[in-house]
Design a protein around this ligand. Sequence first.
Ligand code: HEM
Length: 226
Amino acid sequence: MSYQTFDIQRSITRKQTVALTGLLLILFVIAHLAGNLFIYGGPETFNGYAEKLEHLGPFLKIAEWGLALLFFVHVERVTVLIVQNIRAKGGLKRYIVDNSKGPRSWATRLMPYSGTYLLLYLIWHLYDFTWSNHEGSRSIINGKSYGLYGVVVNSFKDPLHSWLYVLAMCFLGLHLAHGVQSFIQTFAFNDTHVTRGLKKFSRLFAVAMVIGYSSIPLYVLYVLKV
Ligand code: HEM
């Protein structure tokens, strides 16, 4: 095998790793949204769901570490691919606006930016909800502690907090719109008809996720009376 063939093979493996870890992260995004929608059931339903997860004990810890590893591998492999592309094409601008395979969508062009925003969002999000004190002052509504439910509601009662979440969800949508389609293309099809169908599907899926996730801060901010 020549050095060049070996290099191309390595790039393909990297792309497949990005796609596979991306798919597993998408499954998490779907499951996480389903769990978060329990907020519409009120404090007992939402906290009950969170407690059920806590009761998984060591399994939850394994899942959390697995998730962290997935995020790490996904971001690290993407970074290597981007650096490799920049080196091959001679600059970040050329990497982003390269049009060699026809016009690229906004979702595709914005992949490095939506990815970076999501990464920063995620650090903030963990600090905000996972690592915060679920029984502290942020959990209190009308003088009573409502646990994790209280933390989420108090956070989203702040318009800036809520709208920064909605912005993050829009970036998530852009990232998903390209990501789902890219996954299927990496592993399966390169046929124009199928590609068109996949594009439509990935856009619909992304819009559903944006609406589902954004509905939570907007519901707390504008509809929920506490
Ligand atoms: C309106 C949108 C969202 C809400 C209300 C929300 C809510 C929450 C809450 C309450 C927790 C803490 C769970 C606990 O400590 O028991 C959490 C954790 C987490 N969230 Fe979100 N989340 C949202 C969007 C997202 C998005 C878009 C992502 C990924 C792109 C994400 C990734 C995570 C991760 C990785 C954790 C830590 C693992 C876990 O505890 O399940 N979240 N989220």
